[in-house]
Design a protein around this ligand. Structure first.
Ligand code: CU
Length: 181
């Protein structure tokens, strides 16, 4: 009788240990997120005069581009390289989240698009048509969801294997390609 009980207890305990081990296997620690930064060099005086107070909070330490210059450079097909996502190309393993941090002075979007193209502010598109994913601007809830305000961040997770393209729907030369393996 005592031996039976001992065996039963042993079987029960072993079973529990197995279940515990399996539970741990199922939920390994999630991989650390990979950071992408959004940068820009908006000039607060001219941007805020054109768009509104406090729109641009310049954190670029002395480097700045005026509102008119930004549009002039984009129209000439040589958009200001100070507006940039870094890095431009990323290789990640499936399951790795991306964290996009806006370290620039104005809002951006990090919007997944099928193909790179123009954003929703035509004069900044250098002639490229607006891609469907950016159409409608912030009235489009899908675009609004991908907006990143200055000093804040956006997490992107659950990307499928393969190549993904992201761009800013405001400054469409800000582009990132993510390769998921
Ligand atoms: Cu932008």
């Amino acid at each position: 009788m005592r031996i039976h009980l001992a065996i039963l207890t042993l079987v029960a305990v072993t079973g529990l240990l197995h279940m515990q081990a399996r539970a741990q296997e199922k939920s390994p620690a999630p991989p650390n997120p990979v950071q992408i930064v959004a940068l820009d060099e908006c000039d607060p005086t001219t941007f805020n005069a054109a768009i509104g107070p406090d729109f641009c909070k310049n954190v670029a330490l002395g480097f700045s581009t005026t509102f008119n210059d930004l549009f002039a450079k984009a129209a000439a097909g040589t958009p200001d390289p100070g507006w940039d996502f870094e890095p431009d190309v990323l290789h990640i393993k499936k399951g790795t989240p991306l964290v996009v941090v806006d370290q620039g002075g104005e809002p951006h979007t990090f919007t997944e698009v099928k193909q790179f193209g123009g954003g929703f502010i035509e004069p900044l598109n250098a002639g490229e048509p607006t891609v469907p994913e950016c159409a409608g601007g912030f009235k489009n809830i899908e675009v609004a969801r991908t907006r990143i305000l200055q000093g804040s961040q956006l997490q992107v997770s659950g990307l499928s294997k393969g190549e993904h393209h992201f761009e800013c729907c405001i400054h469409p030369w800000m582009r990132v390609t993510v390769e998921v393996k």
